[in-house]
Design a protein around this ligand. Structure first.
Ligand SMILES: [Zn+2]
Length: 430
């Protein structure tokens, strides 16, 4: 099913032509309207007329998270404040937030992209959409909310948490589709199990969209199994409208990124040099249609690769592979670069292991991984526990090249979160 068949299946040559036209228009606009970019261009002796082909995007400066903070609150606006319609912010770990403005066209366009995403997975106006993401300054819930309304779903703005009420809404209004973070989805599946609710038999759930946190194929499998639903991976970031940037189609083999709206590059995060399709690196995006706050070559810090192969669904927009981590989240332990997700992949792929874990860094460079056993994971035999512990430590060493200390703990003893999970505790004194 398609929301906009013509644009979603536009042939590659026409799509690239459209991208070039929109890139040139964006560069001309920011050169005129945004002093930050005007100064960057003048330092690099760059004129908008120098962008004659898509490959010339490499001549443009990168925009970073730090640039957004330095120009907070309105320094990167390309329209007058009277032409803005909505403000979102994106918080970081330090200092000021990033302010992200939407014009009327941006709000409508973000909803349009979300509508494409939802319909791509088979959502129709007959669906009941329970939005379990955080409403408010964060883009996660509101942008998808507008997209689902555009499709014509009944939208329930539930927000996250309060699992009792979530369940009641699902029962009373026969929710078919929900939008959730992977960590809350796992928590919610546990909650239903404890309540003795059989989701397959007693609820009408068919699909879930998970995003806002990196997660693994194993996590997807666990959510699908526990709830008897199809889970689709979604990718977005507030700097690029929020959700709806890229989404999986029915084939679930990578996320189609809407290339008529975003120009995608993968770069080496160390050198900034572009990498060819298929190679892992940092995702860099240029907005092609944003009116209020166009961004050139925004460094997302997300690590992924591009899959250029044609997709069986017929869409011509290339696919992003699963995000495997953030260059910011990268831990350096004993000189080795480690993404927390590599650890999660090993844990979730080990039978007998539950869903909750914490990575603790102590002392000079000690890594301790505390992980819950599954409910049926302990048969009372201590030697079985020791064997499991050793197996996990060995598998982790093969994956991350560092051998951590593994501690198995009883089910439901680690702290749980209903929002974004905090998996890493760094107490090192380095
Ligand atoms: Zn597809």
């Amino acid at each position: 099913m398609f929301w906009d068949h013509a644009i979603e299946t536009l042939d590659r040559a026409s799509l690239r032509q459209l991208q070039l036209k929109r890139l040139q228009a964006t560069v001309r606009r920011v050169a005129r309207k945004v002093s930050f970019y005007r100064e960057q261009f003048s330092q690099a002796r760059l004129r908008p007329s120098h962008i004659g082909a898509l490959a010339d995007v490499r001549r443009l400066p990168f925009t970073t998270s730090a640039d957004l903070r330095a120009n907070y609150p309105t320094g990167l606006l390309a329209v007058g404040l009277e032409d803005t319609l909505r403000l979102h912010t994106s918080s970081g770990t330090t200092g000021k937030p990033k302010a992200l403005f939407f014009s009327r066209q941006d709000v409508a366009n973000a909803a349009e992209l979300c509508a494409r995403c939802l319909v791509m997975t088979g959502v129709t106006r007959r669906d009941v959409f329970q939005n379990m993401m955080t409403y408010g300054l964060f883009t996660g819930a509101l942008v998808t909310h507008y997209g689902a309304e555009k499709v014509g779903c009944l939208v329930i703005p539930a927000g996250p948490g309060n699992s009792e009420r979530q369940l009641l809404l699902m029962q009373d209004f026969r929710t078919t589709v929900f939008h959730i973070t992977p960590s809350y989805a796992l928590y919610f599946a546990d909650f239903l199990e404890k309540r003795g609710i059989n989701a397959r038999r007693e609820l009408a759930l068919r699909k879930a969209f998970v995003g806002a946190e990196p997660h693994t194929e194993e996590t997807r499998g666990k959510i699908e199994q526990a709830l008897g639903i199809e889970v689709y991976n979604s990718y977005g970031l507030s700097e690029m409208n929020g959700p709806g940037v890229a989404f999986e189609c029915e084939h679930k083999q990578g996320m189609h990124v809407w290339e008529d709206n975003f120009l995608v590059e993968i770069i080496d995060p160390q050198t900034g040099e572009p990498l060819p399709d298929g190679e892992m690196g940092e995702l860099v995006m240029t907005t092609l249609r944003r009116e209020a706050m166009p961004l050139l070559r925004y460094r997302t810090r997300d690590i992924t690769s591009v899959n250029p192969e044609p997709c069986a669904c017929g869409r011509t927009h290339r696919r992003l592979n699963r995000i495997t981590g953030r260059s910011d989240d990268m831990l350096i332990v004993r000189g080795v670069n480690i993404y927390p997700q590599q650890i999660e992949r090993v844990l979730m792929g080990t039978p007998g292991i539950g869903r909750n874990y914490v990575i603790q860094l102590e002392g000079l460079d000690e890594m301790i991984i505390k992980v819950e056993l599954a409910e049926a994971g302990f048969d009372g035999q201590v030697e079985h526990l020791v064997r499991l512990q050793t197996k996990i430590a060995e598998r982790l060493r093969a994956e991350i090249l560092v051998k951590p200390q593994v501690e198995l703990v009883p089910p439901a003893t680690l702290p749980v979160s209903e929002g974004k999970a905090k998996r890493v505790i760094d107490n090192r004194k380095l």
